[in-house]
Structures are given as structure tokens and as C-alpha cells.
Design a protein around this ligand. Structure first.
Ligand SMILES: Nc1ncnc2c1ncn2[C@@H]1O[C@H](COP(=O)(O)OP(=O)(O)OP(=O)(O)O)[C@@H](O)[C@H]1O
Ligand SMILES: [Mg+2]
Ligand SMILES: [Zn+2]
Length: 296
């Protein structure tokens, strides 16, 4: 999420747990084991709420992905089956951020030691928030940064290209005007959204069970071969995807990730086939960030 100060990025992220389904029994067990190893099982109490971790931007690489003398799990593993929220994204150290690249791909953190390795699961939903530039106001109507366009490009360049490539949904969070707050638009409750999320996840689970792909519960976690099969778009969608992939020079990873997002949008829509409309939306989420990288 990219937006000026006070536009509600941190607030949005904090609401995310309210639309996530509760942990299953098996997931709860995994999460509890990790928290127990980390000495973070508060009072031995178990909760079926998904983890929501918000490390400070001063977090070291070891704090993020695990390590230290006793090879403890890091924030990415403590967020297993839940959300890792990085507020003020560009303020994190480049080492800590880039250490997340591997877990985001494989869903596990590997801590290498002189003569052995420890691996902890880290199947996470990464959510990050940032201002568009250091002063926070780039792109706002009537504003020009004191340092000019470099204010924005220098700040955004702190997020490396490979890390950005792993972020599938990139959205601008525009400033909210007082008028918007005085006359709020009709809003959906978190409970209503949570019901939609639960339904879409059920569809995904059924899909992978039917295909005999055990151990996969979501589109996000399925292999590239599987997503090509299950997210095969209709003719209109395919044309759109081809054009966009060429014009925006999607990486191979980007291409498959767009398919995964589109498949999920179709699931939320209750549609068996991925249509042009789902692909258009998925592509728009990726393009928002391509603009970012171009600016950088
Ligand atoms: N869409 C909104 N509806 C209602 N209140 C809002 C909205 N957006 C922001 N606010 C109010 O503004 C406050 C600040 O929002 P928040 O801290 O999430 O901003 P932010 O985008 O994280 O800013 P920063 O870039 O400074 O961290 C919220 O606590 C809330 O009171
Ligand atoms: Mg904030
Ligand atoms: Zn600026």
C-alpha cells in the first residue's frame, strides 16, 4: 500500500485479521509449535486467530527470518499461516528485506549453521505499507517535493526489484478528504467480507483435494504447472494477458503470480473459469507497482 500520511494504510492493515478465517486444527498445531520454540506462547494459551506480526523497521535480519545463538524462529516464521505486516517498508534494512525473498518463494526459513541447518515453516501473507517519498506527499495535488523527483525515486529504490517482483497486489491509498469522512460511503462489515473469503478458500481447498494435490490449500501455494491448468483463462482473458505480459515485461514469476491472483478473484466471484475481467483486475494490481519501479 502506497499513500500519503494519514490515508489509512496502517489502519487497513490492522483490520486484515478480521476478515481471515480461523486457523484449522492442523494449522493451529504448527503455529503453536513455532511460538513455543520461540518462547512466545503467552501463558500457554492457544488461539485460533491467525498470527499478525508487526516487527519494527529496526528489526535485524536474524529477527526477521530467524537465527542468533540458538537458531530461534524469526518474525516470518512467527507469522506462519498469518500476516507479516511491515509498516514504513523502505525504512527496514536492505538485508532484513532481502532475507525475506527466499521464504516468500518457498514458504520456509532456512538458518544455516557451521555444520547443520535449521528450517522453520514461514507460509505468510506479506503486507507492506509506505509513503510515496520521504516527505510523504509525492503525487498529491498541489504538492511538489522540496528535493524534486529524486525524493520519490530515491525512496522507492530502497525496495529491491526482486522483492518488488514478489508483491502481487500493489495499491495506491489516496488521502481521505474531510468530506469523505463526513459523508461516509456505504460500507460492508468485516464479517460479510470474512464470509466471502471463507467461501473462496473452501472452493480452493476442494479444487486441490479433487486434484489429489495434498498439502496445498490455496492458489497462492500451488505449483506453476497447477496454476497454468486451473487458471487457464477464456479467449478474451488470454489475449489480454499476452498483451500485458509483453508490454509490461512481466517476469516468469510475475506472469504466474498474475494468474494466481486472477484465479482467486474468479473464486471470490464464484466463477469456474478465469475471465477477462479477473485478469484485468489482477494485472492492474501488478502494474501499479511497475509504475513504481519505473519511477525508481
Ligand atoms: N478511510 C478512512 N476512514 C476513516 N478514518 C480514517 C480513514 N483513513 C484514515 N483515517 C483516520 O486517520 C488515522 C490515521 O490513519 P493511519 O495511521 O492508518 O494512516 P497511515 O496511512 O498509516 O499514515 P502514515 O503514512 O503516516 O503511517 C486513522 O487512525 C483514522 O482515524
Ligand atoms: Mg502508518
Ligand atoms: Zn517527497
Amino acid at each position: 500500500m502506497v499513500g500519503p500520511p494519514g490515508s489509512g494504510k496502517s489502519m487497513l492493515a490492522a483490520r486484515l485479521p478480521s476478515i481471515l478465517p480461523p486457523l484449522s486444527a492442523a494449522e493451529l498445531l504448527e503455529v503453536s509449535m513455532i511460538h513455543s520454540i520461540a518462547g512466545q506462547l503467552s501463558g500457554g494459551k492457544l488461539s485460533d486467530r491467525r498470527p499478525f506480526r508487526t516487527p519494527h523497521h529496526s528489526a535485524t535480519m536474524a529477527a526477521m527470518v530467524g537465527g542468533g545463538l540458538r537458531a530461534r524462529p524469526g518474525e516470518a516464521s512467527l507469522a506462519h499461516h498469518g500476516v507479516l505486516f511491515l509498516d514504513e517498508f523502505p525504512e527496514f534494512s536492505p538485508q532484513a528485506l532481502d532475507a525475506l525473498r527466499q521464504p516468500l518463494e518457498t514458504g520456509e526459513c532456512i538458518i544455516a549453521r557451521a555444520n547443520h541447518r535449521v528450517s522453520y515453516p514461514a507460509s505468510i501473507q506479506l503486507v507492506a505499507a509506505m509513503n510515496p517519498c520521504r516527505c510523504g506527499m509525492a503525487g498529491e495535488p498541489g504538492h511538489s517535493c522540496a528535493r524534486g523527483p529524486r525524493c520519490q525515486s530515491d525512496y522507492q529504490a530502497r525496495i529491491s526489484g526482486p522483492l518488488m517482483d514478489r508483491i502481487d497486489i500493489r495499491i495506491d491509498v489516496p488521502a481521505v478528504s474531510a468530506a469523505d469522512l463526513i459523508r461516509p460511503m456505504a460500507a460492508e462489515t468485516s464479517a460479510a467480507v470474512a464470509a466471502r473469503v471463507a467461501l473462496a478458500r473452501e472452493i480452493q481447498q476442494d479444487r486441490f483435494i479433487a486434484a489429489g494435490l495434498t498439502g496445498i490449500a490455496t492458489n497462492a501455494r500451488c505449483s506453476t504447472a497447477a496454476i497454468e491448468k486451473y487458471a487457464e483463462p477464456d479467449a478474451g482473458g488470454l489475449q489480454l494477458l499476452r498483451d500485458a505480459a509483453e508490454k509490461m515485461r512481466f517476469s516468469a514469476r510475475g506472469y504466474h503470480r498474475v494468474l494466481k491472483v486472477a484465479r482467486t478473484l474468479a473464486d471470490l466471484d464464484g466463477k469456474p473459469t478465469v475471465g477477462r475481467i479477473h485478469l484485468a483486475e489482477a494485472i492492474s494490481y501488478r502494474i501499479a507497482g511497475e509504475r513504481l519501479t519505473v519511477a525508481a
